[in-house]
Design a protein around this ligand. Structure first.
Ligand SMILES: Nc1ncnc2c1ncn2[C@@H]1O[C@H](COP(=O)(O)OP(=O)(O)OP(=O)(O)O)[C@@H](O)[C@H]1O
Length: 347
């Protein structure tokens, strides 16, 4: 069964049956529960879903930066395009603090976060940190590295770069730190960029510039992007494919246009309805999905969306784990409305 659009080429990164469990006081939390997706060269996969559905844990597991309490299983196969030694490596089998993952993290696979202070040390100037990243991964020449760093700062919309170069992270505003972090991540020209809510803290104009910058660098260098967001507008703007996450699982996955034009899962439909539209009637209340995401602690095998779903089938959706159904070879959904199971048991 196809779970993602048919691609002729090998994926650059393949995540298979990723599970992340966290032992809590009141039981085991299945924060990520059997996630599969592929990332392709030059393409952007969007991971979308409400807060707490497991997007960040999923994306952070790729470069092994989740907290210690996360017990992770599955495989994350990295088919490096540029380094044979890394080709076919299961990133989850590497020691999180070891040399191998460190040679990938920030160099081959870069990550940008919602909170930029995680990326910068308060001890060194912004310029020095960006320049050092460039010197480690691209050029040893200090003068050349400084030139690239200044160019990158200008590309992300930071003016007066020469002055800004010598300032410390605390001297930057939140929005500027965010832009500086993006310039540092992109300056290494990574094969894969993981962007976790990269523009959430930025104002609309800078957000548009940063997204445009990511797209132009992708076109120039062919980097793949995993874009984590709860913003469907950004998904529509940036993504080739979309994986919709709910309660630790991907509930629907398809090419971007298919998700917007032919959504199947009631959760995806709800997300789309809650999306503000340009030129829409502002006085009309936006539809939002009623209820909130439950905590996935000691969850029985059933549909996680059951409690909030208007189309639920009692005795089916709350009785068993939901299998994947291929709507087409490009479109996967996890919902009993589309399985044969439903025909016999509905009504
Ligand atoms: N270290 C931790 N200890 C306990 N629970 C955690 C930990 N890290 C994450 N969680 C829980 O795991 C679930 C998934 O978290 P995750 O951060 O991946 O969600 P998310 O979809 O990225 O949400 P957000 O958009 O708010 O960041 C959430 O319920 C979260 O509270």
């Amino acid at each position: 069964m196809a779970t993602q659009a048919v691609h002729k080429e090998q994926p650059l990164l393949s995540v298979q049956d990723l599970k992340i469990r966290i032992q809590m006081e009141n039981g085991v939390m299945n924060a990520v529960d059997g996630v599969d997706f592929n990332i392709y060269k030059g393409k952007t996969l969007g991971l979308v879903g409400e807060s707490g559905c497991g997007k960040s844990l999923t994306s952070r597991s790729i470069i092994s930066i989740n907290p210690k309490e996360c017990e992770t299983s599955g495989t994350i196969t990295y088919n490096s395009d540029s380094e044979l030694a890394l080709h076919g490596m299961n990133l989850l089998s590497l020691k999180p603090t070891g040399k191998q993952i460190r040679s990938i993290r920030g160099r081959k696979i870069s990550m940008i976060f919602q909170e930029p202070m995680t990326a910068f040390s308060p001890m060194y100037t912004i310029g020095n940190q960006i320049m050092e990243a460039i010197r480690i991964h691209q050029t040893k020449n200090k003068k050349e590295a400084k030139k690239i760093a200044l160019e990158m700062l200008s590309k992300v919309g930071i003016s007066d770069q020469a002055k800004r170069f010598d300032q410390y992270p605390h001297e930057f505003s939140g929005g500027m730190r965010q832009r500086a972090m993006i310039s540092m991540a992109l300056s290494c020209n990574p094969e894969i960029l993981i962007a976790d809510e990269p523009t959430t803290a930025l104002d609309v104009t800078i957000q548009a510039q940063v997204l445009e910058l990511m797209k132009s660098l992708q076109a120039e260098f062919g980097m793949a992007i995993l874009l984590v967001t709860h913003d469907l507008g950004i998904i529509a703007e940036m993504c080739d494919e979309v994986a919709v996450m709910y309660l630790g699982r991907i509930v629907e996955q398809a090419p971007m246009r298919e998700i917007f034009n032919n959504p199947k899962h009631p959760y995806t439909k709800g997300l789309l309805k809650s999306m503000p539209r340009l030129g829409g009637n502002k006085s009309k209340r936006l539809d939002s999905i009623e209820g909130s995401v439950p905590m996935p602690i000691n969850m029985p095998p059933m549909c996680g969306f059951y409690d909030r779903c208007k189309d639920r089938i009692e005795g089916v959706c709350n009785q068993q784990a939901v299998p994947k159904t291929a709507i087409s070879d490009q479109h996967m959904v996890r919902c009993f409305l589309y399985t044969d199971q439903r025909e016999g048991e509905a009504q």
